[in-house]
Design a protein around this ligand. Structure first.
Ligand code: HEM
Length: 326
């Protein structure tokens, strides 16, 4: 069974996606009537940094597809972020994000956003499962959060799995450069479903400061990258069983014992000074999307299909409001 043939699009899906987009857009406009309009999700940036992404030269043939086809080094931008729609202090429990943008990638892309025509993006978060299985549940969660106390109680009582994943995923981390990040949702590699992860090479020995400042995660990155680079191994996990590793359930963990992540590239965050007003503004203006990709790396599943509409619409909105050329 190919990755594409495992996708199931219900008749109601488009309605949930449109409802979700309208809700997030309206909330963003209401909450930011003037000034710089941030992202709806992942608005707080711990740092936008320069990196190199080197595809390994000894890969087996089933990985030799798309950007992994040939050994090569791409220059890249990496944006580290929180997930909560509020830019809250770093000591609050949250999910952390790592958005990678490879530059100089030739070939048609699935998105037609002109500023990303030469990019292949990978979006990763600090948990290996997404909170919700599909867009219907995610839209229901957003509706409940925007609704009354009764709406929230009803949603979370009916969806204990979401509550459990929230408890497991929301954590306090010491340094964004020492976190393991996952795509959590699946992608095609040719015609086979896979997931991605980035694992820090150095062991995490840092502790959360005893009296953490609001932005201690940025400070930890500044201190480390002033002295030395940081490396991640980029890995691919191949689906080995469509039933226990479904493409239409983003909340289902793909068992690493059954199919481990195998190293295919190295992401090297260069030693650098990045905490400047120009770089921070650049990070606000940029946009990342799983749909900035070659067709052979197409995102799979309803959560990813929803992201195609939402990321394009929200990034167009905030860039227009913020005066960024579209
Ligand atoms: C239906 C589910 C989801 C919705 C509605 C959603 C929504 C959003 C939105 C609106 C943004 C900001 C886009 C922009 O203005 O440029 C964003 C950013 C982001 N999302 Fe999602 N998201 C979803 C699922 C996921 C999943 C499954 C991941 C897993 C990797 C993820 C990871 C990220 C990351 C890392 C960013 C920050 C990108 C950056 O640094 O600019 N999201 N999301």
């Amino acid at each position: 069974m190919t990755g594409s043939s495992q996708e199931v699009v219900t008749t109601f899906e488009e309605g949930y996606i449109n409802d979700l987009f309208e809700r997030l857009k309206t909330q963003l406009i209401d909450e930011h009537p003037d000034g710089l309009m941030p992202r709806d999700a992942h608005p707080k940036m711990h740092g936008l940094v320069r990196a190199e992404f080197t595809v390994h030269d000894n890969l087996p043939p089933h990985y030799r597809i798309g950007i992994f086809a040939m050994p090569a080094t791409y220059t890249a931008w990496v944006r580290f972020s929180n997930a909560n729609s509020a830019a809250q202090p770093d000591a609050k429990r949250d999910i952390r994000g790592m958005a990678i943008k490879l530059e100089g990638v030739p070939g048609d892309k699935l998105s037609d956003e002109p500023d990303c025509a030469q990019n292949q993006d990978f979006l990763l978060i600090s948990t290996d499962t997404f909170l919700c299985d599909n867009v219907q549940t995610f839209d229901g969660m957003v509706r409940a959060i925007q609704g009354s106390l009764w709406d929230k109680l009803r949603f979370f009582a009916c969806n204990p799995g979401v509550v459990w994943r929230l408890i497991c995923a929301f954590k306090v981390f010491a340094n964004p450069l020492a976190i393991r990040y996952f795509s959590s949702t699946p992608y095609l590699l040719g015609d086979h479903p896979v997931k991605y992860c980035a694992t820090p090479v150095a062991a995490n020995t840092q502790a959360v400061p005893a009296h953490p400042g609001d932005n201690f995660l940025r400070e930890a990155m500044v201190a480390q990258l002033a002295k030395q680079p940081a490396e991640f191994v980029f890995g691919i996990q191949r689906q080995s069983d469509p039933r226990s590793m479904p493409v239409e359930n983003a909340a289902k963990r793909w068992d690493e014992a059954a199919s481990p992540f195998e190293a295919v590239a190295t992401l090297r965050i260069l030693a650098q000074e990045f905490d400047t007003s120009e770089r921070n503004r650049q990070g606000e203006d940029m946009r990342f999307s799983p749909w900035h990709c070659l067709p052979v790396h197409r995102p799979l599943g309803s959560i990813n299909r929803a992201r195609r509409v939402v990321y394009h619409g929200i990034s167009q909105l905030r860039r227009r409001v913020n005066g960024v050329s579209l």
